[in-house]
Design a binder for this molecule. Structure first.
Ligand code: FE
Length: 206
C-alpha cells in the first residue's frame, strides 16, 4: 500500500470545542469533518482518542466546530492544537462567544460555526468517530475556509531567517493574530480582539 495515495484526500481545519455539565471546557484542532446526511442534517467528525477534548465530548455529547478560514494564523492553530487542555486552561483567559449550549467557539479566524449533538460514536482505535446532528450553524465571515492543504503550504511556518538586524514594524497578538501597527507596543496595551496583554504580542519585522 502506498500511504502517499491517501495524502490526496482533502480536509479542512477546525477548532473543536466542548463543555461538560460540570463545567470542564476545552478545544482542539481537527482536520476531519464532513456532512454525511441532510434530513436530519448530520456531520461526522473524528477526534484523536488521546485528546482531552475527545474525552470531554464523550461526557458532554455536544460540541461546537469552528471552521477556520484563510485569515487564520499558525499561532491560533498552535494555541489550540499543540498544547493539551490537561496541562493548560486554553479557554480560561479568552473571551470567546458561545453557542446556545454555552460552548465557546472561535470569534475570529473562522468563517462558520456548527453546533452538534452526538447521536452515535464508534471507537476507531486512534480516533473516535462521532456522528452528530447539527442543531445550529452560523456564518461568521465571508472569508474562504482554510483547507488542510492551505495550512500545509501557507500557514505552517517555514524555517526562519535570522531575526537580528531586522526592524520591527508592528506587533502581532500570538493568541488571535491582531496586528498593532508601530515599532513600539505600549507596555499596558491589551489586544482589542481577545483581551490578552502586551506580553502575548510578538514583533513583526520589516
Ligand atoms: Fe488578541
Amino acid at each position: 500500500m502506498d500511504n502517499k495515495a491517501l495524502y490526496n484526500l482533502s480536509y479542512g481545519v477546525f477548532m473543536l470545542a466542548t463543555r461538560t455539565e460540570d463545567g470542564k471546557v476545552n478545544g482542539c484542532i481537527t482536520n476531519t469533518c464532513m456532512q454525511v446526511a441532510n434530513s436530519p442534517t448530520r456531520i461526522a467528525i473524528a477526534c484523536i482518542n488521546a485528546n482531552y477534548t475527545c474525552e470531554l465530548i464523550k461526557q458532554s455529547g455536544k460540541f461546537t466546530l469552528s471552521l477556520l478560514d484563510q485569515s487564520c494564523t499558525y499561532d491560533t492553530i498552535k494555541y489550540f492544537g499543540m498544547q493539551s487542555g490537561r496541562n493548560v486552561d486554553k479557554m480560561g483567559d479568552l473571551t470567546l462567544p458561545e453557542d446556545e449550549n454555552g460552548i465557546p467557539y472561535l470569534g475570529w479566524h473562522s468563517c462558520s460555526v456548527i453546533s452538534g449533538t452526538v447521536v452515535d460514536s464508534m471507537d476507531l482505535g486512534s480516533h473516535t468517530l462521532f456522528i452528530a446532528e447539527v442543531t445550529d450553524a452560523k456564518l461568521l465571515s465571508d472569508n474562504k475556509p482554510l483547507t488542510y492543504a492551505d495550512y500545509q503550504s501557507n500557514v505552517k511556518p517555514k524555517p526562519e531567517k535570522k531575526a537580528e538586524d531586522r526592524k520591527i514594524k508592528a506587533w502581532k497578538c500570538k493568541i488571535c493574530g491582531y496586528v498593532y501597527e508601530g515599532s513600539e507596543l505600549p507596555k499596558d496595551y491589551t489586544c482589542p480582539l481577545c483581551g490578552h496583554p502586551a506580553e502575548d504580542f510578538e514583533p513583526v519585522y520589516e
